[in-house]
Design a protein around this ligand. Structure first.
Ligand SMILES: *[C@@H]1O[C@H](CO)[C@@H](O)[C@H](O)[C@H]1NC(C)=O
Ligand SMILES: *[C@@H]1O[C@H](CO)[C@@H](O)[C@H](O)[C@H]1NC(C)=O
Ligand SMILES: *[C@@H]1O[C@H](CO)[C@@H](O)[C@H](O)[C@H]1NC(C)=O
Length: 233
């Protein structure tokens, strides 16, 4: 079972720096007096297994002198004296702390431990799911960015087309204005020629007008003539 787990989770275990050796200072020589050393093991999932290769500490009541303490959450266990090789402790969670402490009295060879990280099938499942979720989220982000890019490309294309249309419209307007101006100028010159041609008509009209004027003048004259006799009456 463990072999099966290890083969599945080999990648995880390797990455987790599994099979970690923990030794007292100066091992295999005697550890120093008044020495303290702490090892912290932390992961997001799985459990830790602590096994003994060699274990020689000063023995004392309740391990008050030299000891190895394993802490998990708020609970702690102390080990001291001489112990045979084999499993010493298996954690319940993915986080443990090992502490070695020596006092000013007797020195010993110390200990050599092996700490392994184990993951359960549930952990592997969780990890794979998490990885899948992360990959999906990444893909989603990529899709989102691509979507944005497509949107911006579409937008740019639209803006470009609109700009092109606007420029075309302006060019058309300018062309028409220039054309109309040219036509007007041509028409103006034609009009001038017409004017020259039509001058007699206008002249006739004015002659007629002057004629009527003169008629009125003569009328006025007649009036004057009419008035004249009254003046002489
Ligand atoms: C340790 O404590 C945390 C909260 O402080 C809790 O979620 C977790 O389950 C505990 N682990 C164990 C192994 O008791
Ligand atoms: C160790 O600590 C004790 C008390 O704290 C002290 O009396 C002793 O001299 C110390 N020993 C060494 C080697 O530092
Ligand atoms: C991907 O995005 C959509 C909406 O943008 C969201 O509903 C969905 O949950 C996302 N999927 C993942 C795996 O993040």
């Amino acid at each position: 079972m463990i072999l099966f787990l290890c083969s599945i989770a080999a990648e995880e275990i390797l990455r987790d720096r599994s099979d970690i050796k923990v030794k007292t200072p100066n091992y295999p020589d005697k550890y120093p007096h008044n020495s303290t050393k702490i090892w912290r093991f932390k992961h997001n999932y799985g459990v830790w297994s602590v096994s003994i290769d060699r274990f020689f500490l000063e023995n004392s009541l309740d391990c008050r002198k030299d000891f190895l303490e394993i802490m998990e959450n708020k609970t702690s266990v102390k080990f001291c004296g001489t112990k045979s090789s084999g499993s010493l402790y298996t954690s319940r969670g993915p986080e443990i702390l090992l502490k070695f402490s020596s006092d000013g009295s007797m020195q010993q060879m110390g200990f050599h431990l092996e700490v392994l990280h184990f993951v359960t099938e549930g952990d592997i499942e969780k990890t794979i799911n998490e990885r899948e979720r992360k990959r999906a989220a990444r893909a989603n982000v990529t899709k989102f960015v691509e979507g944005k890019l497509t949107d911006s490309v579409l937008f740019l294309t639209l803006v470009s087309l609109l700009g092109l249309a606007l420029v075309s419209l302006i060019l058309l307007i300018v062309y028409y204005i220039v054309n109309i101006n040219r036509k007007n100028r041509r028409q103006n010159s034609n009009y001038n020629r017409n004017v020259v041609f039509q001058t007699p008509i206008i002249a006739t009209k004015s002659r007629r007008y002057s004629k009527s004027n003169s008629r009125e003048d003569s009328k006025a004259e007649a009036n004057r003539d009419n008035r004249t006799p009254t003046r002489y009456v």
